[in-house]
Design a protein around this ligand. Structure first.
Ligand code: NAD
Length: 493
């Protein structure tokens, strides 16, 4: 068993790590054992105000916003290199805090490094334009950072989802205040500690762990806040949009999902089963883009379900830090109870568990938040398990007869984040992808993305997008400058 992380994690404001005005620390539990893991400072409204003040001062007084981007580019590259050098320590911390297997946390940290490199590479390529106008005039667009940008992150991919919006905001020259999720703030604070070392001016990257209602709302309500990037649940997303609207702030919302995985009869079933397993059991299913509804052609339902069941039953559960572990615990006891509630309710309503459906039986896992990977069949269409985001390792399965049927079932949700399709036929892939109401479609692979690709949900899954080169546009304003060059019109000779 690994020891407690001894030193407390405090707030990072103005380049200093401080315990916050309350001086209170919250104890975080290791999700694999529910024993104490670390202590983290609990930010207050006053701390939020201090962070906004520090960010605003740094934005106005440090060279960060003013230079041509080349220095920011180099600094973000240095941060990426430093993170890469310390990747193992970051991955271990993420694993202990969230519960996910170490190999998944290593992928997450690698992704953050790549994100910093990608947006670091863009920092000196944010350009305006000149637009032709009549007469002795010149028109220029001047691209300026917004000022202080606020970022609110969820607990499932703590560092990755925080940096997905923080990196482009920094690249564009803004000063950032990040509020990580209360349950999983450790890697964000650890990254904040590196900022000073790599040359990010004090106050340009501030980290304020604390409660959403208290710290999160105070950040948005602060008169210095210029934009809000939020990743989290739809319910909180609506509240954030409301607060932002009162102040006419631009807002990006990355919300939940109920992704379909549609398997056509011509699919490579072995490959599909593996991808479907990965798409729902990775990070114990605590993924916005989880492919949580398997919509399978009736002719291949039996053989596919058998393959998926074998994968689910064969997954090795355990603490994420242990070698060979394929699925860790859920993040908290509360989350375990929530997910079990969905499973029990679906079974009461007539569904049956093809795999899992209960907590892990191994005595050595009894103290942790472990749920067996679960596959449900015959889930009644009205069941909450089929309609709501479960955010756990629970796959619901449904058969379809023809393509129209498949598309109808896939779109029958309030969400629209990512859909996966499994078929060898390019025409089917193309035509079905176009009919799906989702911001992203992946064909013949589990949900996957890269920092250079846009990440966006539609319907109840979000507003705006993150990632990709256009993401920088969310963190700049384009000021139009029209210059009259003086004098009248010259007569031609
Ligand atoms: P959550 O909405 O409960 O919390 C997200 C963040 O918002 C946390 O930092 C929380 O402290 C803060 N918060 C809570 N109330 C607030 C308020 N009133 N004002 C300001 N901030 C507030 O979400 P969660 O439980 O941390 O994460 C799970 C959810 O996130 C799921 O719905 C999941 O689908 C979604 N998610 C979406 C994406 C995406 O990219 N679309 C990625 C990951 C997770």
């Amino acid at each position: 068993m690994e020891a407690t992380v001894e030193a407390p994690f405090d707030l990072i404001i103005g380049g200093r790590e401080i315990p916050g005005t309350r001086g209170e620390h919250q104890e975080l539990l290791d999700p694999a054992t529910n024993r104490p893991l670390a202590r983290v400072a609990v930010g207050s409204r006053e701390d939020a105000r201090h962070a906004m003040e520090a960010a605003d001062r740094a934005f106005r007084e440090s060279p960060w916003a003013q230079d041509d981007g080349a220095r920011r580019s180099k600094t973000l590259m240095r941060l990426a290199a430093r993170l890469e050098a310390e990747a193992e320590a970051f991955a271990r911390l993420e694993t202990r805090n969230v519960g996910k297997p170490l190999r998944e946390a290593r992928v997450d940290v690698g992704y953050v490094t790549r994100t910093l490199e990608y947006f670091g590479g863009l920092a000196d390529k944010i350009e305006g334009e000149t637009i032709p106008v009549p007469g002795p005039r010149v028109d220029l667009t001047i691209v300026e950072p917004l000022g202080v940008t606020v970022h609110i992150a969820p607990w499932n991919y703590p560092l990755l989802l925080a940096m997905r919006s923080v990196a482009p905001a920094l690249a564009a020259g803004n000063a950032v205040v990040l509020k990580p999720a209360s349950l999983t703030p450790l890697t964000a604070v650890a990254l904040g500690r590196l900022a000073h070392d790599v040359g990010i001016p004090d106050g340009i990257l501030n980290i304020v762990p604390g409660g959403g209602r208290e710290v999160g709302e105070a950040l948005i309500e602060d008169s210095r806040c210029r934009s809000v990037s939020f990743t989290g649940s739809g319910e909180v997303g609506a509240r954030i949009a409301e607060l932002a609207a009162r102040r006419h702030l631009p807002v990006t919302l990355e919300l939940g999902g109920k992704g379909p995985a549609i398997v056509f009869p011509d699919a490579d079933l072995d490959r599909a089963a593996k991808g479907i397993g990965y798409g729902i059991f990775q990070n114990a299913g605590q993924m916005c883009w989880a492919a949580s509804r398997l919509i399978v052609h009736e002719s291949v339902r039996g053989p596919l379900l058998e393959r998926v069941r074998a994968i689910a039953d064969g997954l090795k559960l355990g603490p994420g830090t242990q070698d060979g572990v394929e699925m860790g615990p859920l993040v908290s006891r509360e989350q375990l109870d929530r997910v079990l509630g969905y499973v029990r309710e679906a079974i009461d309503e007539g569904a049956h568990a093809v795999a899992g459906g209960a907590r892990a039986a191994e005595p050595e896992l009894a103290d942790g938040n472990f749920l067996r990977p679960t596959v449900l069949a015959d889930v009644p269409p009205s069941a909450r398990a089929l309609r709501e985001e479960i955010f756990g390792p629970v796959l619901s399965t449904m058969p379809f007869g023809d393509t129209d049927d498949a598309v109808r079932l896939a779109n029958d949700t309030t969400y629209g984040l990512l859909s996966t399709l499994w078929t060898r036929d390019l025409a089917t892939a193309h035509s079905v992808a176009r009919r799906l109401e989702s911001g992203m479609v992946v064909v013949n692979e589990a949900p996957i993305t890269f920092p250079q690709l846009p990440f966006a949900g539609i319907k109840g899954s979000g507003l705006g997008f993150e990632q990709g080169r256009r993401a920088v546009e969310s963190f700049v304003r384009r000021k139009n400058l029209l210059l009259h060059l003086g004098g009248g019109r010259k007569k031609s000779a």
